[in-house]
Design a protein around this ligand. Structure first.
Ligand code: NAD
Ligand code: MN
Length: 357
C-alpha cells in the first residue's frame, strides 16, 4: 500500500480550522482509494513566535525536507506585523524549498454564482502561474535614516534570466497540457523598462520552444479589464510575483469567494517538497466561529493529490467538492449560506465514500 508523509502546518487564524478539515478529507480520500497518509503536525505560527521569538524551530526546514508535501493554512495574526509573519513563516518555507511556480486555478464551481453578470460558469476557466521566488518579493532592499526627514526605503524588484526562463517554461508547458493551449503573458514593460522588458524577451524566446501554444502579451492594468469584460478569451496566465498576487485575488472574487480558491507552491523538479494551501489568509473577522469555508483547502488538497500522482483520488475529491457546492444548503456564510465548516467537511467525506467513479 502506498504511503505518503505530509507535513501539516495550520499556522494562524482560521488556518487550524481549514487544515483540520483538509486532513479529514484527505484521510477519507486515502481510505477510499487504498493508500495511507501519515500526517505530521507542526504548531508553527504567531503563537510560537510570541512565546519563543521564532515561528519555526531553527532546524524547521530539516524536519519537513523529506516529506512528500506540505499542507499549509495561513500566516498572519492581528498582533504581529504582517511582513514579520509572511517572511518568518510562509516565505521562510517557499524560498529555501525553491517553490518557484505558484499555480492558482479559478473556475466557477457548481451552485456558486460569479459577481460577473455575463458569467454563468463555462466562460471562466483559468489557471494563473505566479512567479514565486523573485521579482518584487525577492526581499532585496533596505531602509536607512529611520525616522529622519531624509529617511530612504527601497524594495528592489529583482529578476534573473534563469528565474524568468524556468517560470515561462513551466507556464508554457501547463498551457500546452490544457485543451485550449492558450497563454497570456502579463507584463508592465511600458513603465518598467528593464526587468519587464527582459521578461517579455524571455517569453518570446521560450514561446519558440512551444510552437503549439498560442500566446499573447498584456499589460497588467489592461489585464484587469480583460479579466472582467472578456473572461472567455483567457485560459492560462503567467505573471510576476506581485502582479499575479493581485490578479489571483481578483480571480478568486470572480469565482464567488476567496474562501474557495486553491494554490500550489511547486518545486517542479521535486528536489524539495511542494506546498499546498488555500489562497486566503487568517480571516481575523471569522476565526474561531466555525464558519470558515474549507473548500479552498479541499481544492488545494486535490492539487496535492495530483502532484503526488494519485489522479483517481484527486478527481474523486474534486467531484465531491462540486457535488457539495452544488447544494446551497451547504454554503458557508462567505457564499451567502449558513453552513458550518464541519457541515461542509462531513458532506464532502460522505460524497467521497459514495463515489463509485
Ligand atoms: P483574508 O484572506 O484573511 O480575509 C479577507 C476576507 O475574506 C475576510 O473578510 C475573510 O473573512 C474572508 N475569508 C478569507 N478566507 C475565508 C474562508 N476560508 N471562509 C470564509 N471567508 C473567508 O485576508 P486579509 O484580511 O487581507 O489578511 C488577514 C491576515 O492573513 C493578514 O495577517 C495577512 O497578512 C494574512 N494572509 C496570509 C496569507 C497566507 O499565509 N497565505 C494570505 C493572505 C493573507
Ligand atoms: Mn495574496
Amino acid at each position: 500500500m502506498k504511503n505518503y508523509r505530509i507535513a501539516a502546518i495550520p499556522g494562524d487564524g482560521i488556518g487550524s480550522e481549514v487544515i483540520a478539515a483538509g486532513v479529514e478529507a484527505l484521510n477519507a480520500c486515502a481510505a477510499r482509494d487504498g493508500f495511507v497518509i501519515d500526517f505530521d503536525h507542526f504548531d508553527w505560527g504567531s503563537e510560537r513566535y510570541k512565546k519563543t521569538g521564532a515561528f519555526m524551530p531553527a532546524n524547521g526546514l530539516d524536519l519537513i525536507r523529506k516529506h512528500d508535501a506540505i499542507l499549509f493554512g495561513s500566516a498572519g495574526a492581528p498582533d504581529v506585523p504582517d511582513h514579520i509573519t509572511l517572511w518568518g513563516l510562509r516565505l521562510a518555507i517557499c524560498q529555501p524549498f525553491d517553490q518557484y511556480a505558484n499555480v492558482r486555478p479559478t473556475r466557477i464551481l457548481p451552485g456558486i454564482s460569479s459577481p460577473l453578470r455575463n458569467v454563468s460558469g463555462p466562460e471562466l476557466d483559468w489557471v494563473i502561474v505566479r512567479e514565486n521566488s523573485e521579482g518584487e518579493y525577492a526581499g532585496v532592499g533596505g531602509r536607512v535614516h529611520r525616522g529622519l526627514p531624509e529617511e530612504v526605503a527601497t524594495d528592489v524588484s529583482m529578476f534573473t534570466r534563469a528565474g524568468v526562463q524556468r517560470v515561462m517554461r513551466f507556464a508554457f508547458g501547463l498551457a500546452r497540457s490544457r485543451p485550449r493551449k492558450l497563454l497570456t503573458v502579463v507584463t508592465k514593460s511600458n513603465a518598467q523598462r528593464h526587468a519587464m522588458v527582459m521578461w517579455d524577451e524571455i517569453a518570446a524566446e521560450v514561446a519558440a520552444e512551444f510552437p503549439d501554444v498560442t500566446w499573447d502579451k498584456m499589460l497588467v492594468d489592461a489585464m484587469t479589464m480583460r479579466m472582467t469584460l472578456k473572461p472567455e478569451t483567457i485560459d492560462t496566465i503567467v505573471a510576476t510575483n506581485l502582479h499575479a498576487d493581485i490578479l489571483s485575488d481578483l480571480a478568486a472574487a470572480f469565482a464567488g469567494s476567496l474562501g474557495i480558491a486553491p494554490t500550489a507552491n511547486l518545486n517542479p523538479e521535486r528536489t524539495f517538497p511542494s506546498m499546498f494551501e488555500p489562497i486566503h489568509g487568517s480571516a481575523f473577522d471569522i476565526m474561531g466561529k466555525g464558519i470558515a469555508n474549507p473548500v479552498g483547502t479541499f481544492w488545494s488538497s486535490v492539487m496535492m493529490l495530483e502532484f503526488l500522482g494519485e489522479t483517481n483520488a484527486a478527481a474523486r475529491l474534486m467531484r465531491a467538492i462540486e457535488r457539495v457546492t452544488a447544494d446551497k444548503s451547504l454554503h458557508t456564510p462567505d457564499l451567502g449560506g449558513k453552513a458550518k465548516t464541519t457541515d461542509v467537511t462531513r458532506a464532502v467525506c460522505e460524497a467521497l465514500a459514495g463515489d463509485n467513479g
